[in-house]
Design a protein around this ligand. Sequence first.
Ligand code: 13P
Length: 253
Amino acid sequence: MRKPFVAGNWKMNTNGQTSVQLAKRIAAGSAETAGHGVTVAVCPPFVYLQAVTKALSSSSIAVGAQDMYFEPDGAFTGEISSSMLKDTGCTYCLCGHSERRHVIGETDELINKKVAAAISGGLLPILCVGELLSERQASKTNEVVTRQLKQGLAGLSAEKLSAVTIAYEPVRAIGTGVTATPEQAQEAHDFIRTLVGRMYDGRAAEEIRILYGGSVKPGNAAELMGCKDIDGLLVGGASLKADDFLAIIQAAV
Ligand code: 13P
């Protein structure tokens, strides 16, 4: 049985005060659920990781980073390593989020190095994949997702794959308020699970958690979670409002 997983990606939002306030409100409101029926994580900006980890220390909510660099240390100005993230108390790390792919220009090859380095460094990567609107319109969704998964997971053993969560985020649904329909999301998730089965084996396919992301709100979370191959939700905008995020967690239990 795959345990449901709800993660909040705060992106480049909050400040020193509001990040801690938000974390505390989420912890207080999910004390009965987080860590029991559902895995919950929040991914604040790097500079607030320590404060948020401290604010959540007596809760079962995990903390994740939004990105990392694959080298262990050295002259990489502005970058953050897996050991630095571990130091702050991080458990998870997003790798290859669509904004990193399409705004910052990250390649599948770079993302693959990040996924591998995250695992070696003791973090649990959440590998994000998903097609652009133009790619969906050109019926290239499966082709794009196949490339992102094959290249993103290249060289990873089945044992290492067990550390990985996949997040399917169709880019047209991110921050637009236009979520994929549950049928479209289920179709993509089924495709991803089948592909993991082909790349590894049936057991890996059965065990891997695949989250859906893109305009998840309290009003659509339960319907999305009702889909057979949707194991959780990666939430952007709605994770910045404690009440909305708590309602989404509740819908995933
Ligand atoms: P929104 O929920 O704001 O659409 O963002 C989704 C996302 O990118 C989560 O990583």
